[in-house]
Design a protein around this ligand. Structure first.
Ligand SMILES: C[S@@+](CC[C@H](N)C(=O)[O-])C[C@H]1O[C@@H](n2cnc3c(N)ncnc32)[C@H](O)[C@@H]1O
Length: 284
């Protein structure tokens, strides 16, 4: 597979799905961004087999699985106190809207053109006064994160920022190893010379997926249906493999977050568990 083939277009529906979950979790501004497509996917996915996760003890539901990564990322972003927040594969995330409106931080959503149009329309559902305030602090950029020029485009989007935070939430696990390496190295190059910048990404490993067992099988097969993929998503073998991939791409260091350290910042994390790892990487 090339790093940017037509399969990326199939990931789009998942953004509607997660937007509906963010709305059900009552995240700030999420209700404006949820779509009827997301609701249909959510309940279709439930009927397809996701419901089984609700009756299997010790198995996270899709909603818990998504809440885990989102809240853990939120806690780290808060701790890093960015002066610019950039979401790659932003989909319909409400995080950039929240940080722009409630914290007055410049935010940027990056996604493929079709999804950027969906987000533009979704933002059009915000009350007019909110839209006006948002316009001064929030940008929508239609870019392919796997394109050769992406690193330079991202560096442009970071101009003037001292403590930018770049988030790739729910994106990398849809990419094959070549695409993951391309994305990591584009971000690392864009962050060069920015010692206070951070990259936050959720990653999957075969080791963690095997620990969760049956739940992963149900969730992965439902995700395959949702994205019309015939082949399984290929996670990293283990944490050592993704750490090596990040360092090889040009990051100077990385750490995997432990949920227990962040429950004080996001009490909603208590009791949640997931095979996803939230990883913080930086360039010195
Ligand atoms: C699972 S959604 C996650 C959306 C959002 N980050 C969230 O957590 O709610 C993945 C997003 O990645 C976007 N995407 C996929 N391939 C991409 C690419 N090559 N460049 C930019 N965005 C891409 C899709 O359009 C989709 O909006």
């Amino acid at each position: 597979m090339t790093v940017s083939d037509g399969s990326t277009a199939r990931i789009g529906p998942t953004a509607h799905y997660t937007a509906y979950v963010w709305s059900r979790l009552r995240l700030p501004y999420a209700s404006y961004l949820a779509t009827p497509t997301g609701a249909a996917l959510y309940w279709g996915f439930f009927a397809l087999g996701e419901w089984t996760t609700r009756v299997l003890p010790g198995v996270p539901t899709m909603r818990e699985f998504l809440a885990y990564r989102h809240l853990l990322i939120d806690a780290l972003v808060e701790d890093l106190a960015p002066d610019r927040l950039v979401e790659l594969g932003a989909g319909l995330t409400p995080r950039t809207v929240e940080w722009a409106l409630d914290r007055d931080i410049a935010t940027v959503d990056i996604d493929l053109p079709a999804m950027i149009e969906v987000k533009r329309r979704a933002i059009g559902r915000l009350p007019a006064a909110m839209q006006a305030r948002l316009a001064a602090r929030h940008r929508l950029l239609a870019l392919d994160v796997l394109a050769p020029q992406f690193s330079a485009q991202l560096a442009d989007a970071l101009a003037g920022a001292q403590r930018p935070v770049i988030i790739a939430e729910g994106l990398v696990s849809y990419f094959d190893p070549a695409a993951r390496a391309s994305l990591f190295s584009a971000v690392a190059r864009a962050l060069e010379g920015r010692p206070h910048a951070a990259f936050i990404v959720d990653l999957h490993t075969a080791v963690a997926q095997n620990q969760v067992g049956p739940a992963t099988k149900v969730l992965r097969s439902a995700i395959r249906v949702l994205t019309r993929r015939r082949h399984a998503l290929g996670p990293f073998a283990d944490a050592a493999e993704y750490e090596r991939a990040l360092l090889d791409a040009g990051f100077s260091g990385c750490r995997t977050l432990d949920r227990a350290d962040w429950v004080h910042a996001r009490p909603g994390l208590a009791g949640l568990h997931s095979p996803a790892q939230v990883v913080h990487a930086w360039v010195e």
